[in-house]
Design a protein around this ligand. Structure first.
Ligand code: GLY
Length: 280
């Protein structure tokens, strides 16, 4: 069993040493708690469990603490991919739910598995998800200063369970100050992808992640026989061709973990039951 989480890049709101330390402590707590959960649950259940905790922590740009878009409204995106069944589900630009990843999980059971905007809002409302404001004062202040901080976050988890199954989940409050209607990478196969061989979750600038199809390319390369390290290397080289801003965590079916970032500002944590690594 193996598990990795990420808490995205540091934003303007998370630049102070105090917040960085708090983020690292939160990563450790969540990675360890999710690993305990993984002992008795599938990878699919565990990645949702971990991302829900990251969404609930206002330190991270997903769920509570999400960035505010240019019209003053928070719209969030989240997705889930089961490496075993190859099913992908997600919500794009959903508003006023506490945990977008739980709505993505709910959508796994229906035929229309990716919903956006009003459709996602309506689906959440009729399926028992209470209306909830995920705005926090720090994000409002950031918004009011009109400082669009580069690469502001996103959270994710990838896990390998005791049956050798892989899954990936990713959730985001977006870039901040986006034009309403902008689509994040986090609920696409560029930002979140898994199959039987590899699982990947990304953070960074969605447009760059989609342009380089980061998660799906890394996973496909592993399936095609490249090592996870080589698969990351090739994909990040392609990202570098246009100075793309992204980070990603990956885990293959043998339990090999890898992570890479185009700019050294991302916060990751990995836990395998014995060794805990947190780094930024
Ligand atoms: N990676 C988050 C976003 O660009 O929306």
């Amino acid at each position: 069993m193996k598990l990795l989480i990420h808490g995205g890049f540091f934003s303007e709101f998370s630049q102070s040493n105090e917040i960085k330390l708090a983020k690292q402590q939160a990563m450790e707590r969540i990675a360890k708690s999710a690993f305990e959960f993984l002992k008795t649950h599938t990878a699919l259940e565990t990645v949702v469990y971990a991302v829900e905790q990251l969404e609930d922590d206002p330190l991270f740009n997903a769920g509570i603490g999400s960035q505010i878009q240019s019209d003053g409204i928070i719209r969030m995106s989240a997705s889930l991919m089961d490496g075993n069944s190859k099913k992908f589900s997600g919500v794009i630009n959903i508003q006023k739910v506490k945990n977008p990843i739980r709505v993505a999980e709910h959508l796994m059971k229906v035929d229309d598995r990716v919903l956006g905007g009003e459709g996602a809002n309506g689906y959440a409302a009729v399926n028992g998800f209470d209306s909830f404001s995920t705005e926090i004062p720090e994000r409002r202040a950031e918004y009011e200063r009109k400082l669009a901080s580069l690469g502001t976050g996103t959270v994710g988890c990838i896990a390998l369970d005791s049956n050798g199954k892989l899954a990936a989940a990713t959730s985001t409050g977006g870039k901040g100050f986006e034009i309403p209607g902008r689509i994040s990478d986090s609920a696409t196969v560029a930002g979140n992808y898994a199959n039987a061989d590899c699982a990947v979750s990304c953070t960074g600038v969605g447009e760059d992640i989609v342009s380089a199809a980061v998660a799906s390319k890394i996973v496909t390369r592993v399936t095609d026989g490249f090592s996870i390290e080589e698969s990351f290397g090739r994909t990040f080289n392609e990202l570098a061709e246009f100075d793309g801003f992204a980070g990603a965590i990956g885990l293959d079916k043998s339990g090999n973990m890898f992570w890479q970032e185009s700019h050294p500002k991302i916060v990751f944590a990995a836990f395998d039951g014995e060794e805990f690594t947190v780094f930024q």
